[in-house]
Design a protein around this ligand. Structure first.
Ligand SMILES: NC(=O)c1ccc[n+]([C@@H]2O[C@H](COP(=O)([O-])OP(=O)(O)OC[C@H]3O[C@@H](n4cnc5c(N)ncnc54)[C@H](O)[C@@H]3O)[C@@H](O)[C@H]2O)c1
Length: 292
């Protein structure tokens, strides 16, 4: 995609959206940013409106060649009731995807979530934890369990696959983001000395990514020219003290099916496909300096 094209960014004043707008601007893209809230210090022009309003969304998409769709209720833990999260995220996603299809948009990047395929069961805190397989990648089948936020992401991924079937020139990418971390969160993890001294989400494979890396990845997706549907799990797992990946598997995931010999596994998350296809690698991983 040429950098003169207009890119619509939804959820533009959110944490990932604001960083994404900065990165895209630096790369020379013309932006159309939209959100339902406008912080006083947001540095770009903003179309203020509600993504649940299909007529607003339709006007918004007119004339853009790419859509980066980040505007959603961002997790299952804060915000409205579970059923409203499912209904409203689905309404926003359907509005954005349908308008994009109708208006011949060629590139669509969607913020999906690790919660589309891994369910954090808070009643089971302690090993053994189980992953669908290790090393994990973006192809794991959807399994959000009762998490309606994850269910909304699963359905959005399905809508995008069907959109690509209907419009063979469309390149649509679902990024199954893990916990996204800012500088403060990174620093907090980097002071934890014991496993009990912090919250480590083994149900989500200890996955994380910085907002900076996430925004850079979105920019890389816009450079992808091949049409069709792709999905990725762009994440690193926390480095727990001196434990190797094989140590972590032995201690925490002993029953998980392995795709390689355990001792040959260097990383719990396999980024080879995303790096090969998009030329992107995360720059920053969190090292937790555990003593135990
Ligand atoms: N932050 C994470 O750890 C994480 C992890 C996985 C996936 N994601 C996904 O990434 C995307 C961005 O997340 P974030 O962390 O920047 O969240 P955020 O809450 O900071 O940003 C989301 C933005 O969407 C906007 N929005 C919500 N409902 C809207 C509506 N009806 N109309 C218009 N705008 C609306 C909000 O105002 C907000 O600015 C979300 O889709 C989220 O589900 C985030």
């Amino acid at each position: 995609m040429s950098s003169e094209s207009i890119v619509l960014v939804t959820g533009a004043t959110g944490k990932l959206g604001a960083r994404t707008c900065e990165v895209l601007k630096q790369r020379g893209y013309a932006l159309r940013a939209t959100d339902q809230k406008l912080p006083a210090d947001f540095p770009f022009e903003l179309e203020l409106g509600d993504l649940k309003d299909e007529f607003f969304v339709h006007r918004l998409v007119r004339g853009v060649s790419a859509v980066v769709h980040l505007g959603n209720h961002p997790n299952a833990f804060v915000g409205p009731s579970p059923q409203r999260i499912l209904a409203e995220n689905t309404q926003m996603n359907a509005n954005v995807f349908h308008a994009a299809l109708q208006q011949g948009v060629r590139q669509l990047v969607f913020a999906s979530s690790v919660q589309a395929f891994l369910y954090t069961d808070f009643s089971r805190l302690g090993p053994p934890y189980r992953m669908p397989y290790l090393p994990l990648d973006g192809q794991a089948p959807c399994a959000p369990g009762p998490n309606t936020y994850g269910q909304s992401k699963e359905f959005a991924e399905r809508m995008l696959q069907l959109a690509c079937d209907a419009q063979p020139q469309l390149a649509a990418t679902s990024l199954r983001f893990p916990m996204l971390v800012n500088e403060q969160m990174q620093q907090r993890f980097e002071t934890i000395r014991t496993l009990k001294g912090g919250w480590f989400n083994f149900h989500e494979c200890l996955s994380h990514l910085t907002f900076d890396d996430g925004a850079e990845l979105i920019a890389s997706c816009l450079q992808r020219s091949a049409p069709g549907y792709r999905q990725y799990f762009p994440a690193l797992s926390l480095q727990l003290g001196k434990r190797s990946a094989a140590d972590v598997i032995r201690e925490f995931y002993p029953d998980t099916p392995l795709r390689q010999e355990r001792e040959a596994i260097a990383e719990l998350i396999d980024l080879s496909e995303i790096t090969r296809e998009l030329g992107w690698k995360p720059r920053r991983r969190i090292l937790v300096p555990l003593d135990d």
